[in-house]
Each structure stands twice: as C-alpha cells, then as structure tokens.
Design a protein around this ligand. Structure first.
Ligand code: ATP
Ligand code: MG
Length: 452
C-alpha cells in the first residue's frame, strides 16, 4: 500500500522496461580508448568472463578517466554473471558484502571489483525514498540507470573497443559537465552521499555541475546528517585524498554542504577569516597526492583542525597558561567538540594529536632536549607541520632553519647549534621546574611519597 503511494508520488518506473532505450555504441575510431590502456588484470578478467559466455565491461570511473586521459585509480567490471559464477571462474577471488554483494578478483598486485548488473526499483526504497537494498540483478540498461552521473555510466567493451552509452555520457564528458541520471532530487533522496560525490568529482575532474543537478543540493543537504558517520567519514576522506582537497572544500562551502554535515568541516569552515594555513597545508597534500607520494591521514586531519586548536592555544596563553599546558588543554577542548557528534577513528586521531602536542617542543633547544625530541617516531611529521606554520608566519622561520640544520648536522654542528641557541638566550627553559610533580596532578589515593 505504502509502496504504491510512494510510487505514485515519486512516479517511479516499476522497474525499467527492458530494452526500452537503445544505447549509443561509440566505436574506437570516435573515442580513441584502446584496450592496451586497461590494466592487464582488467583485461584478463573481462576476457575470461566473455570466453565463458558472459558479457563483461569495464565500467564507471575508469572509462571516464581514460576518456579524459587521466590514469584510472582502479578498474571496475560489470557483468551479467552472478557473484557465484564470477567466483567460480577465478581461483583467487572472494565474494564480499552481505547487502551489496560484489566479487573481488585478485590478479598479481591488482584487485578488480566485479559487480553483477543491478536492477531493482521501488521495493528497494524506504518511506523516505532512501535506497535500502541494492542487490537485485538486472540488465545492462538498468545497471546504467542506477549509476549516479552520465559520465560514470559508460561501458567499455575490450573485445571490440567500443563504448556503450545509454545516457549521453560521452557528450557530457566532452562538455565537461556532471549530469545526474534521472531526477536529481530523487536521486539525492535515494542516496544523499551522491551530493558529496558531485562536489568531489566536479573538483577532481574540473567539471561544472549541471544546473539541474546542482540546484537541489542545498535543499537536500540535511539528509546527509542521517547517513552513517563511518560512510560519511570515508567519503570525506576520499574528498581530502582526491588530490583536489582545497578545491573540494571550497566547493562544499559554495554548495551549502559545509555546515551541519561533518563537525570536522564545521570547525574548518568556521574559520571564515584567514585560511592561509589550511590552504597551504591542503595544497601541499594535494601536490603530494598528484605526485603519487604517500600522505598521512593523521597529518591531513591535523592540518584541517589546526586553526581551531591554535586559536584556543593562543587564548589560553594570553590567560597566562604555560605553553604546553595551554596546548594540551586546547587540544582536548577541540577533540571534545569533535567527539560529541562525530568521532575521528582512533588510528588517525592518535597521529593527529601527537603532531599537535609536539609543536610545543620546538622551543626546547638546550641540553639533551633536541636529541631526545629527534628520536620521537613522529618528529619528522611534527617538523613538517612546524615548517608549514612558519610559512604563514606563526613561528619564526629561523627556528625552522635551526631544526633543519640540527637534523642535517654532525655531532659537532649540533653542539655548536645548541650553544648558539643558548647564546641567543632563546633556548633556556622559561622557568625552572622546582618540583617534579605538582600535587594537583596526583591521582586520588596516591600517597605523597609514592615513587614513579
Ligand atoms: P573515483 O575516481 O573516485 O574512483 P568513481 O566514479 O570510480 O570515482 P567509485 O566509488 O569507484 O567512484 O564508483 C564506481 C562507479 O560506481 C561510479 O563510477 C558510479 O558509476 C557507481 N557509483 C558509485 N557510487 C554511487 C552512488 N552513490 N550512486 C550511484 N552510483 C554510484
Ligand atoms: Mg573508481
């Protein structure tokens, strides 16, 4: 009953009529993507499926990227074989996911994701139009229809190097336009994460979001709050690791997606004034990613939230708190805010916190301190972060230089650097610590004569 009603309200097709739309078949002479541009694993997987009598195509982002002369991150294959049939054909493969069953086929260092064509209609939606199941098999046409953007719904057939295009994807790609398949508002209700994908892909590809696709975003932004935090965090990570993080964040802000979705972004976007540090940090990450260099997620998150931590730190110092105490307090204040709504996974937050905490140690340049500091496993990350701060004038460049020289120098250089610092008067600890432990910090029940 209720489903009938939704179908009426949404005017959803009751499953796509099979073979209703004739796709465009674009020959290689017109698009130029050759089969040797595929990874050898993608080619072998499609070959073997086709030899076994199934249809098999490279699909999605890889086809889009090849058409744009960008090297694909990974290759996805779509087929009419069921997950069991696929698994049967490849010794090194496994079926993963319960609700969304796909097959991972391992070939050498590569993993190819093989999905069976998806169909499905109204029965897969809940009362609000959100997709709940996505495991009904369908035809190639239905599969194309369930994808998000027209440029993401292209099928490449390695056997004849043709591209099969149901939704004018190639035309939109040439016009550098991101167009949602079907009715955008409805597609955002089905899956709100598509709004984030629109922003990420537009920034990554340098595409315009088509006006009809863009317009409903603002009004549907609130739907993202109901998505599982883990999925949102994953999507945000993709966004930050896209090689276009800064452009993505600006676009999120432009499209009204920056507030009330991720507390993490709220915190960042609240810095409406000076975001030079953020820009510099993200741009250096973007450059590393584009140059295929490794990037630490903890470092990235530390960059994102530093504006907040630093502001709080400076406030506390102005209230006469000692530098390190003030920093630790600032960190815990900012983390408490994040944790309320949206926990950053521990494997990242540990690094993030360490990079922040170590910022207080660059002042200590006397005695054994610099040596001990340099032995810290996170010293290098903390140093890179410190250097970034110097770029925006938060800390003196000379101090960065001193640490650079100290790292490079031999034993003698290091001794003379320490004595230079001493002579310049900066290296002395601000106040001599008179007692090792302050009574305030002693744990309850711990005797005054307890040993450490
Ligand atoms: P990337 O370059 O980031 O890998 P991509 O488009 O390949 O971009 P994937 O997450 O790898 O993104 O998804 C592969 C394909 O699956 C997409 O191209 C699209 O066709 C489809 N897809 C992914 N997510 C969705 C979604 N939320 N709704 C509909 N289709 C989706
Ligand atoms: Mg992909």
């Amino acid at each position: 009953m209720i489903r009938k009603l939704i179908r009426k309200v949404l005017e959803l097709p009751s499953g796509m009529a099979k073979g209703r739309t004739k796709p465009k078949v674009i020959p290689v002479s017109q698009h130029g993507v050759r089969r040797d541009q595929l990874s050898s694993a993608a080619l072998r997987v499609t070959n073997r499926l086709q030899e076994a009598g199934f249809s098999a195509y490279v699909v999605g982002g890889a086809v889009r990227d090849l058409l744009l002369d960008v090297s694909p991150k990974d290759f996805d294959v779509a087929t009419n074989a069921t997950p069991e049939q696929v698994h049967h054909l490849f010794r090194r493969s496994r079926i993963i996911g319960r609700r969304f069953r796909i097959v991972h086929v391992m070939m050498g260092p590569e993993t190819i994701e093989v999905t069976t064509f998806r169909g499905g209609g109204i029965d897969d939606l809940n009362e609000t139009g959100r997709i709940m199941a996505d495991n009904t098999f369908g035809s190639q046409e239905e599969d194309a229809h369930r994808r998000d953007f027209t440029v993401n719904a292209l099928f490449y057939d390695p056997s004849d190097e043709s591209i099969i295009d149901y939704h004018h994807g190639v035309k939109d790609l040439k016009a550098r336009r991101l167009v949602m398949i079907g009715q955008p508002a409805r597609r955002y209700q089905e899956d709100p994460v598509r709004m984030l994908r629109a922003v990420r892909l537009a920034a990554k590809l340098g595409f315009e979001i088509d006006e009809d696709t863009r317009r409903p975003i603002r009004a549907h932004a609130h739907l993202l709050q109901k998505e599982p935090p883990a999925r949102l965090f994953d999507e945000m990570l993709k966004l930050l690791m896209s090689g276009h993080a800064y452009a993505c964040l600006r676009k999120l802000r432009d499209e009204g997606l920056s507030r009330g979705v991720f507390p993490l972004l709220d915190a960042v976007m609240a810095d409406d004034g000076d975001d030079r540090f953020l820009q510099l940090g993200l741009e250096s990450t973007d450059a590393r990613i584009r140059a295929d260099k490794p990037v630490s997620v903890g470092f990235l998150l530390a960059t994102l939230l530093w504006g907040q931590v630093n502001r709080r730190w400076q406030e506390l110092i102005a209230q006469d708190e000692k530098s390190l105490h003030a920093l630790l307090q600032a960190i815990s204040d900012v983390e408490a805010e994040q944790d309320n709504d949206f926990a950053i996974p521990r494997r990242f937050s540990v690094t993030m916190r360490e990079i922040w905490t170590l910022q207080a140690r660059f002042d200590g340049r006397s005695g054994q301190r610099p040596y001990r500091f340099m032995e810290q496993p996170r010293f290098r990350a903390a140093y890179d972060f410190f250097a970034l701060r110097a770029e925006v004038g938060e800390v003196p460049r000379e101090l960065v230089q001193w640490w650079e020289d100290f790292q490079r120098g031999d034993a003698q250089d290091r001794e003379s650097l320490i004595s230079d610092a001493k002579n310049s008067g900066e290296a002395e600890p601000q106040k001599k610590r008179r007692r090792r432990r302050s009574p305030r910090r002693r744990a309850p029940g711990e005797g005054s004569g307890g040993s450490e």
